[in-house]
Design a protein around this ligand. Structure first.
Ligand code: KIV
Length: 257
């Protein structure tokens, strides 16, 4: 059954929400059976294109990758990141969100930030565009990548922003790199699900970048658990292929016409 926004919201306090990123059809089709939400994250800028920051990711890049991902999804809710500088005001946010939805047929968009983007989020929601929020570490605007919640002011702002986003109508909020007790507190204080990445198991769900989970992306962040060392397996396969080609063992008769 195709997952809807309401299914995700109803999971709060009942069962954990499973989410992963995907940037292409083949990966999305594998993840689809196991995920509630598949996010086409703008992390693709650093993971696939080696950009220094997600700010370099364009709307067209997000749309092309999302079109590919769409083909691989049957059941999961598909969310697409709105890239940097595509939602600076309500008008711009609405125009670009409409473009993303019409070209990719995704179910929702994700925007980073709190108070500053309140009006943009409200406009999207009023126009029946489902929105996922994103608080804590904000890769599109933060200069340093440190976890959030050490300072009292940071804690107060994140809680305030979470309540504000709920009021604006988002259906869930990603909490990125948020200190454990703060993630727990925020999750308790709002009625929509929180989805953590580096934000402890106190959130209503979890998300990871798929390439990190399989060990393809050489990242060593504390919050990343590598469930597979695909790097090692690819090396072995390519090394075998290389040896067989050099010895003219591949292609054998079986692989020839
Ligand atoms: O861009 C992304 O992949 C994300 C997740 C890390 C939440 O925003």
């Amino acid at each position: 059954m195709k997952k809807k926004i309401l299914h995700i919201i109803k999971k709060k306090n009942k069962s954990k929400i499973v989410s992963l990123t995907a940037y292409s059809k083949n990966v999305a089709s594998i993840l689809d059976n196991y995920c509630d939400i598949i996010l086409v994250g703008d992390s693709l800028g650093s993971v696939l294109y080696n950009y220094k920051s997600t700010r370099e990711v364009s709307l067209d890049m997000m749309i092309e990758h999302s079109k590919s991902v769409r083909m691989g999804i049957k059941k999961s809710l598909m969310v697409v990141d709105m890239p940097y500088n595509t939602y600076r005001n309500s008008k711009e946010a609405l125009k670009n969100a409409k473009k993303i939805i019409s070209k990719t047929k995704c179910d929702a968009v994700k925007l980073e930030g709190g108070k500053k983007i309140y009006n943009s989020i409200q406009t999207l929601v009023k126009n029946k565009i489902p929105v996922m929020g994103h608080l804590g570490l904000l890769p599109q605007s933060d200069k340093t990548f440190k976890f959030k919640g050490k300072k009292k002011s940071e804690r107060e702002n994140i809680l305030k922003d979470a309540k504000l986003l709920e009021r604006a109508g988002v259906f869930s909020i990603v909490l990125e790199c948020v200190e454990t007790s703060l993630a727990k507190h925020v999750t308790k204080q709002i009625n929509i699900p929180t989805i953590g990445i580096g934000a402890s198991n106190n959130c209503d769900g979890q998300i990871l970048v798929f390439d990190d989970l399989i060990g393809l992306n050489p990242i060593n962040a504390r919050f990343v658990k590598k469930y597979l060392n695909i790097h090692k397996q690819i090396k072995k396969a390519v090394s075998n292929y290389s040896k067989e080609v050099r010895k003219a063992q591949f292609p054998s008769k079986k692989y020839s016409y």
